[in-house]
Every structure is written in structure tokens, then in C-alpha cells.
Design a protein. Structure first.
Length: 249
């Protein structure tokens, strides 16, 4: 997607063809799910205007995790009065962003550097400010199973692996499951489409990502929305089955 577009009633996708973030509307109030890249701030007000809203209509920014391509414009919303919420396991890296360890140690990216898609993706990330993630102070923290007091009232499901605090968000009233980077439907390194776990070189623990699939496969939702790739309308159970079949990348 490029710009703002309605996916299902009350759920809007924003961002670009490479990085997604979302808005959920409930009674004229908005919750942002993730916040894209810092460079998205240049068209933020225009994107909101397309769907008939402004900065002040976003009451909360709920982050699936603390990576730079998910937190980029959160501080803009925070400055306009929105609450920022994140799992307690990622609060420290939200306040002080830094490189990951584990499977995502930079050395594990070297085998992928021959791929043209590698340079396209990371070049885009750099141009959009991904190398300079904002430090976000004052976020509220949540835990597994919490139902958040924000527009849409999402339920938190903790899915560690991509990061320690990574969580997916189930907006039952909209039939939408936001999976952040627990799954993608487009692989940034290979270009493969369809539900799959993010490339191993992006995950703190890829084994943890696969283990966390068990926490989402029985959830009920009509659409699965990821940080990278198109909406998946086959349901969480089918998405998980395809991700397991796809295996590691």
C-alpha cells in the first residue's frame, strides 16, 4: 500500500509498499498500530486528511515492538497528546534504541548482501530515517492478555522472538489481527509472498518466532495485517500453517 487506504470497515493501512502501519477507528476516535518510519512524518497530516482525520484524533499509539520501522512517527502523535503503549519487554529499547543481538546480529546479514532486494530494502530504510530511530520516553507498558483501554480495545498476545517484547494485537470488533513482525506476507530479502516468519537475520530468536506461532493460530480474525506485505484474508490458522511450511529464510 502507498498512502492511506481502508482495508476493512474501520481499519486503514498506511505506509508504503515496503513498510506498513495502521489506524483503527472506533466511534470517531483512532488508535495507531505501529508508526512506520521517521520519514513518513513528511506526509503524515496529508495521509490523515485522506481519511477525514487530523493528528489530534489519534488517542493512542500501540506498538507491536520497538524496531525503528514501527516507531517512526509515534513521537509526533505523542506530542499531539496521544498515549504510547508497548510491551514491558521492549520498553527499554524504545527509550534507547540499539542493534539487536541473537539471530539478528549484523554478521548474519552478510550472506544476504548479494541480493538486490537487500540493498533496495536497506537503502529505503536509510532514506526514510530507519538508521536514526527516535528515543521515545514515557510509554505505558502492557502484558500478555491485557485488553487495552484505547479505541478498539485490542487484546494483547505476547509473541516473543522477533524482539523480547514483541506482541500481536487482536481487535475483535474489527475482525483484525495485527501481527507486526511475527509474520510477514512479503519477505524483504527474497521477495517471497505469502505468510512466513520474518527472515532469520531480522529476529532476536527465530526459534522463538516459530514457537510464538502457537499463540496466534487459534485466534479468530478475518484479516491478518503485518508490518511487511499485503493483508492476508485466510485467517490466522491458515497463515500459521503456511508460515510453518515455508520454514526459515
Amino acid at each position: 500500500m502507498d498512502g492511506a487506504a481502508q482495508i476493512v470497515p474501520g481499519v486503514f493501512g498506511l505506509g508504503s509498499g515496503l513498510v506498513n502501519w495502521y489506524l483503527v477507528e472506533d466511534g470517531g476516535r483512532l488508535t495507531a498500530v505501529d508508526a512506520g518510519l521517521p520519514g513518513f512524518g513528511g506526509r503524515l497530516e496529508q495521509d490523515l486528511e485522506v481519511i477525514g482525520h487530523g493528528l489530534g484524533d489519534v488517542e493512542a499509539v500501540v506498538l507491536t515492538h520497538s524496531d525503528a520501522d514501527h516507531t517512526g512517527v509515534a513521537s509526533r502523535f505523542q506530542a499531539a497528546g496521544a498515549r504510547v503503549l508497548i510491551h514491558a519487554g521492549d520498553d527499554a529499547t524504545l527509550r534507547r534504541p540499539g542493534p539487536k543481538g541473537g539471530d539478528a546480529s549484523p554478521i548474519h546479514l552478510v550472506p544476504h548482501m548479494w541480493r538486490p532486494r537487500f540493498w533496495r530494502f536497506f537503502g529505503y530504510m536509510a532514506r526514510q530515517g530507519g538508521g536514526r530511530p527516535p528515543k521515545i520516553e514515557g510509554a505505558e507498558t502492557f502484558a500478555d492478555g491485557d485488553v487495552l483501554d484505547v479505541p478498539g480495545a485490542p487484546r494483547v498476545v505476547h509473541t516473543p522472538g522477533h524482539t523480547d517484547g514483541h506482541s500481536v494485537l487482536l481487535f475483535s470488533g474489527r475482525g483484525a489481527l495485527f501481527v507486526g513482525d511475527e509474520l510477514c506476507t512479503w519477505n524483504p530479502l527474497t521477495g517471497r509472498t505469502g505468510p512466513q516468519v520474518m527472515p532469520s537475520a531480522f529476529n532476536l530468536s527465530t526459534a522463538g518466532c516459530f514457537e510464538s506461532l502457537g499463540a496466534i493460530e487459534a485466534l479468530e480474525a478475518g484479516v491478518v495485517l503485518a508490518g511487511h506485505g499485503s493483508p492476508w484474508r485466510g485467517g490466522p490458522g491458515e497463515a500459521v500453517a503456511q508460515a510453518r511450511e515455508a520454514g526459515r529464510s
